[in-house]
Write a protein that binds this ligand. Sequence first.
Ligand code: SF4
Ligand code: SF4
Length: 137
Amino acid sequence: MTKRIVLRFPSQIVDKPLLYHLVKDFGLMVNVLKANVNPRKEGFMVMELSGETSSYDQGIDFLKKQGVTVEKLAEDIVRDVDRCTHCGHCTSLCPVGALYIIRPSMEVAFDEEKCIVCGLCLKACPVKAIELNFNGR
Ligand code: SF4
Ligand code: SF4
């Protein structure tokens, strides 16, 4: 099986060789699609994880026991530009700068290519202008 997942690492464990263990101990194939790891902050990683179903499940259990939050990757993020008030809250939370302020107009723009679909901006938006789009995945 192959699944696309989002991992969130607390700052205390970002330097642990977790991917090494997924490969060596569980025989999984890891394909990192996007990553943003800062030693003093929470880390994010989007990856494709492949292997036998039982190995996959064991690998995910291992990650969770280490304190990693594992979530299914959403298809993409959709922003309703008509609803957006350009308040800028989401831009301060986005770990990869996919939501950013254009100066001098101060409008908020969204760069889909940079987005790692971590979902943080959903919680930040006071008018619910951002949604996850799973497209049945
Ligand atoms: S989901 Fe939102 S916060 Fe996360 S990377 Fe994409 S735009 Fe940024
Ligand atoms: S938090 Fe919501 S309303 Fe504010 S700029 Fe971001 S998308 Fe727009």
